[in-house]
Design a protein around this ligand. Structure first.
Ligand code: SIN
Length: 279
């Protein structure tokens, strides 16, 4: 097998083929990490892994973290999260839950958000269920200098359930909520590995900009989100069964689409990788 890497989108995204994550050799591991750093989103095609083997294989990208959840942990490999078309808000109203249906970056409601997320398409619908991504380096780079100067030092309150929340999230126990107080992150962050600046937004978790009046804060957050999610910054991933897609939450946002036909099943397994405090 020979590893080959090709571009997927104009602004981000690459596909890796000819590699078996069950038996990755060090040289290929290095090339996958480099492809992710260069392209922000990396799809490793054609994988067939048992849940524990998938979890272990993701160690190539960094230290895997536990993902406490009300209901969605894998029954055998507890640190894997299941994202499925059958998800329901079990502690809340019992209704269907589509994780990640609004633009977001993972975990920004935590003081130390994960750096990377990996999602394994174990079962994917024949049509629909794409994941969209945006390049937040490019969104930042394209801002006028006056805007960069205006927002460069601003900080934003992120919350698990902010008043501006766009899509339903799973209800958590009071005990869980106590571990997730509101946190403050910069609006522009510097990637700890590349040193590049990126807009750091999470329209689904941002409450307000520190020091701004509510109306001004809402207007700025809406303006930045509208700017960053323009089609020119996007790559839309059409899943194939066996894809493992890895993305860098420090310089991208993403969004799930639950537009597949009734009765189609979408079953994904998620791993998150340790990050650092955004600065
Ligand atoms: C997520 O937002 O983490 C999941 C994305 C997806 O299911 O496509």
């Amino acid at each position: 097998m020979t590893l080959s890497i090709s571009k997927l989108g104009d602004r981000l995204g690459a596909a890796a083929e000819g590699v078996d994550m069950n038996a990755l050799v060090p040289n290929d591991a290095e090339r996958l990490r480099a492809a992710l750093a260069d392209n922000l989103v990396l799809c490793v095609r054609g994988q067939k892994l048992e849940p524990q083997a998938y979890f272990d294989a993701m160690g190539v990208f960094g230290k895997q973290l536990p993902q406490p959840s009300a209901s969605a942990n894998h029954p055998v490999v507890k640190d894997l999260l299941i994202l499925s078309s059958e998800d329901r808000d079990v502690l809340g109203d019992g209704q269907r839950l589509v994780a990640g249906a609004a633009w977001h970056t993972d975990d920004s409601y935590r003081a130390v958000p994960c750096s990377l997320t990996t999602l394994y398409g174990v079962e994917v619908p024949a049509t629909g269920g794409d994941t969209q991504f945006v390049n937040m380096y490019a969104a930042y780079d394209d801002l006028p200098d006056a805007t960069k100067a205006r927002i460069g030092a601003l900080r934003v309150v992120h919350s698990y359930a902010p008043s501006r929340q766009l899509n339903k999230v799973a209800k958590r126990t009071a005990e869980d909520m106590a571990t997730m107080p509101d946190v403050i992150h910069p609006l522009v962050r510097t990637h700890p590995v590349t040193g590049r600046k990126a807009l750091y937004l999470n329209p689904n978790r941002m409450e307000s900009v520190l020091g701004l009046e509510r109306a001004d804060s809402d207007a700025l957050l809406d303006e930045m989100a509208a700017h960053a999610t323009q089609p020119k910054y996007q790559y839309r991933h059409k899943w194939r069964q066996g894809d493992i897609v890895v993305w860098d939450n420090r310089c991208t946002m993403h969004k799930a689409n639950a537009d597949y036909p009734e009765g189609s099943r979408r079953y994904m397994l998620r791993v998150i990788v340790e990050g650092t405090v955004p600065v």
